[in-house]
Design a protein around this ligand. Structure first.
Ligand SMILES: Cc1cc2nc3c(=O)[nH]c(=O)nc-3n(C[C@H](O)[C@H](O)[C@H](O)COP(=O)(O)OP(=O)(O)OC[C@H]3O[C@@H](n4cnc5c(N)ncnc54)[C@H](O)[C@@H]3O)c2cc1C
Length: 474
């Protein structure tokens, strides 16, 4: 039974369990909300002066927002910024080969899953979580860079860059992206963040900046009635154009650092293919301001997310980095947040070090498989047989056009409730009792992998069979 209600959010009885969260990104802020809701005392420490405005849009399918309905004010805010987009595959010449709604939409329409927006502006999404923290009275302290986390038997001590500020907690959730402290500082396992060899060029701007009558304007003409997520495919490159409603506030432009001329991007496109639709090239040339050229770094999957004593635990990008082609960075951070909070509730103050280990065990295989899709999706998109897709759009499931029910229909809170005790028994008996994760593709046999093994496979010309390992159907 809930003990209190604040801002229409029902809170479980107090656990007398203090949780300090490092990082006010998507993962850190949703962890703060979920841990508060489960009865923890929560404090968030963020090194920056404010919520980050960086990044354009994130995709968070139903599993990531599965507890939003329990925060009615926030959910109303979320529904206001809803993008019901189609996603489509285009050839460079500008022909649409396949168009569909996200896989989860028809299930959500039946009421079996929450209605999830295909796109959310990253800064709005984070701001929405932050505003909910404030309405609930959760302290979020900015300009607090955590510099040291020391684990003791029954508590954790956290020091920040502010002289004299030392905090103590029962548990420290490290949701600091790929910043310091790292896996080595927390678990002793040194897993460097490496250059993936890939890059992404991104920009976001109001479509009102594209002049009417220009070639480029042909692309944006119907957007008010039909927001779109277009993926143009060519050899060894893909180009995504997200056409959304124009907020008219110019915010998207302000959120970016100016780094590169759009002409450089056009050169790169033309090097890969000489027959681009002139409207696409004109669209790229008319990008106002400049383009962010973002080198993509990544890290091998790490199986251990907890410190030796279990009181420090990693979450979100800190635990698992994602390439954008996985389309899962934000959603897995959200699922982690929902899962850790329920595990902490189950274990309570005394069991907190085991709660973090259970959360780790429940989450690792799922996130590792999805991390790997960053490589396979990229490969499927870059080497797609466009003629085959044109002939047979119904069965051409490539890249993030094929996600699978196991991903978006997952319910992380219910999963943690159902599996906590079984998983705890398994861990406490060193694997003598039976436990298998079922939040992976049904029938999947987990295979460890690394960035090196993925690169070696691709260099040898071997196509990934990841999506035939288990049931990835809709
Ligand atoms: C700049 C940026 C842009 C992105 N754009 C997109 C996008 O467009 N689409 C998409 O799908 N995904 C994007 N991502 C990835 C996606 O947002 C993340 O995968 C997801 O949000 C995971 O969030 P997180 O909370 O784990 O980490 P982050 O969102 O990286 O948040 C980590 C937070 O921790 C803070 N921090 C770091 N070190 C410390 C410290 N020592 N003390 C205190 N605070 C600390 C950081 O300042 C940051 O606010 C982006 C990520 C970043 C960082």
């Amino acid at each position: 039974m809930a003990e209190t209600v604040v801002d229409r959010v029902a809170r479980h009885p107090a656990l007398n369990l203090k949780v300090i969260i490092v990082g006010a990104g998507v993962g850190g802020l949703l962890s703060a909300l979920e841990c508060w809701r489960k009865g923890c005392d929560v404090v968030v420490l963020e090194k920056n002066k404010d919520i980050s405005l960086l990044g354009d849009f994130v995709t968070v399918p139903p599993s990531g927002i599965s507890t939003f309905k329990l925060y009615p004010t926030m959910d109303e805010q979320y529904q206001k910024n809803f993008y019901d987009c189609t996603i489509s595959i285009w050839n460079p010449e500008g022909k649409c080969l396949k168009r569909m709604f996200p896989e989860w939409r028809h299930v959500a329409e039946k009421g079996e899953l929450p209605r999830a927006s295909l796109l959310s502006r990253r800064s709005d999404f984070t701001r929405m979580l932050y505003d909910q923290c404030i309405r609930l009275g959760i302290p979020v302290y900015f300009s607090q860079a955590v510099q040291e986390i020391v684990e003791h038997d029954d508590h954790v001590v956290i020091n920040t860059n502010q002289p004299g500020i030392t905090l103590t907690a029962d548990v420290c959730v490290v949701a600091n992206g790929i910043g310091y402290p790292s896996t080595k500082d927390i678990t002793g396992i040194d897993l460097p963040v490496l250059d993936s060899g890939y890059a992404i060029a991104r920009m976001a701007f109001p479509r009102s900046s594209i002049p009417k009558g220009s070639l480029a304007h042909q692309l944006v003409e119907n957007v008010d009635t039909q927001p779109e997520f277009r993926v143009y495919l060519s050899n060894d490159i893909h180009l995504i154009i997200w056409l959304t409603k124009d907020s008219g506030d110019g915010k998207a432009i302000e959120s970016w650092h100016n780094l590169r001329e759009s002409a450089v991007l056009v050169d790169q496109l033309e090097q890969k293919c000489s027959s681009w639709d002139p409207a696409v090239i004109d669209f790229m040339r008319r990008i106002p301001g400049q383009v962010v050229d973002w080198g993509l770094r990544s890290r091998d999957p790490v199986e251990q997310w907890t410190s030796a004593g279990g009181r420090i635990v990693m979450l979100g990008d800190a635990a698992h980095t994602f390439l954008p082609t996985a389309g899962n960075g934000a959603v897995q951070a959200c699922e982690d947040a929902i899962s850790i909070a329920e595990c902490l509730r189950q274990g309570g103050k005394q069991g907190a070090p085991w709660s973090t280990r259970v959360y780790n065990k429940l989450r690792f295989e799922r996130t590792s498989i999805l991390q790997q899709t960053g490589f396979t999706n990229r490969e499927e998109l870059h080497y797609a047989n466009l003629d085959e897709i044109a002939r047979n759009p119904e069965i051409s499931d490539i890249g993030f056009f094929k996600i699978g029910r196991w991903v978006w229909a997952h319910k992380p809170e219910a999963y943690a409730i159902e599996n906590y005790q079984k998983c705890l028994d398994y861990l406490q008996t060193n694997g003598s009792s039976e436990f298998r994760n079922t939040n992976v593709p049904p029938g999947h046999v987990y295979r460890p992998w690394s960035m090196e093994s993925e690169h070696a496979r691709m260099t040898a010309g071997i196509r990934s069979d990841l999506k035939s390992n288990g049931d990835w159907s809709v």
